[in-house]
Write a protein that binds this ligand. Sequence first.
Ligand code: C2E
Ligand code: MG
Ligand code: MG
Ligand code: MG
Length: 291
Amino acid sequence: AEAEQQEASHRDYDAVMIQGISESVELLGELKRAVLEGQIDMHYQPKVDLRSGRVYGVEALMRWNHPEKGSIPPGRFIPRAEQSTLIQLITDFALERSLAQLAAWHKTGMDLTMAVNISTRNLLQPGFTAMVLSTLEHLGISGEYLELEVTEGALMMDMERTLEELTQLAEANLVISIDDFGTGYSSLQYLHQMPVSLLKIDQSFIRRLPKDRSAGHILDAAVSLAHNLGIKTIAEGVEDRRVFDYLQTTGCDMAQGFLIAPAMDAPGFIRWYQSCQGVWKPGDPANQPQT
Ligand code: C2E
Ligand code: MG
Ligand code: MG
Ligand code: MG
C-alpha cells in the first residue's frame, strides 16, 4: 500500500511538473506574440537627487497588457523569459522603445537619463554590446544617458566575459548599476573589479527604515563602501515621507519609490514631470502622481 501511495504521489508530482512546464511554454509563446503584436509597453519611474530633488532620470519597467488576462506584472514573465532566448527579444524591445522615448524627451528639452534592466543572459549574448552602442548611435544619444541595471548574480556568472562586456560599455560612458544590492551573493570583490558606477540598495532594507537599526547600519555600510570606491548610491522602494526624510540625513545620493511616483506610461510621466517642473519636493501637492 505504501508503494502504491508513493507511486500515486509521484504521479501527482509529475502532473504538477508537466502542467507547470506547459504553462511556461504557453506563456513564452504568448509573450513572443505579445511583443510582435504591440501588447508590451514600457512605463517610467522617476529617480530624484536626494538633496536638490531634481528628477534626473527614469527607470524603464516593462508592462504586458494581455487582451484576456489583463495586466501581467513583469515578475510573472521576465524570470521565465530569462530561462530562454526570448529574453534577447525582450531586452532588444526594452532598449529600443525606451531609448526612442528618451530621444523624443531630449528633443523637447527634458534632460533625463534612462535606466534599463538587463539579464545575465544578455551580457553573455554575442553582439550585445555592439547592439546597445549602435542603438544609441542611431538615435543620437550619448552613452552617459543610458544606465544598465544588472543584478549581482549576473556579475558572478562568468566573471571574465562579463567584465569584458561591461568594460566596453563603461568605456562608451554608459552607467553600469547593481540592482537589488544586498539580496544576491554580495561579493566585495566584484565591486572594485567591475566598472560599476551606481549601487541600487534593495527595497527590503529601505522599507525597514528609519526604525530598524540594522537596516540603517546596512545602508550606512553600503553607502560608505560605495563612496570609497567612487560609486554612487540610490535607495529603492521609498514609500513614505519618514524614510525620505531619514535618507536625507545619510550619505545616500538618490531615491526612487512610490512616495515620489510609481512607474507611469509616457504621457503620464510627462504630465507628472511638468507639474513639478522637474524638481520633486516631498509634501508638495502638485507632485501627486498623475495617472
Ligand atoms: P527592479 O528592477 O528591482 O524594479 C523595481 C520594482 O519595484 C518595479 O516593479 C517597481 O514598480 C517596484 N517599485 C518601485 N518603487 C516601489 C516602492 O516604493 N514600493 C514597492 N513595493 N515597489 C516599488 P515591477 O515593475 O513589477 O518590476 C519587477 C521586476 O521585473 C524589476 O525589478 C525587474 O527586475 C524586472 N523587470 C521589469 N521590467 C524589466 C525589463 O524591461 N527587462 C528586464 N530584464 N527585467 C525587467
Ligand atoms: Mg531595476
Ligand atoms: Mg532589476
Ligand atoms: Mg531593484
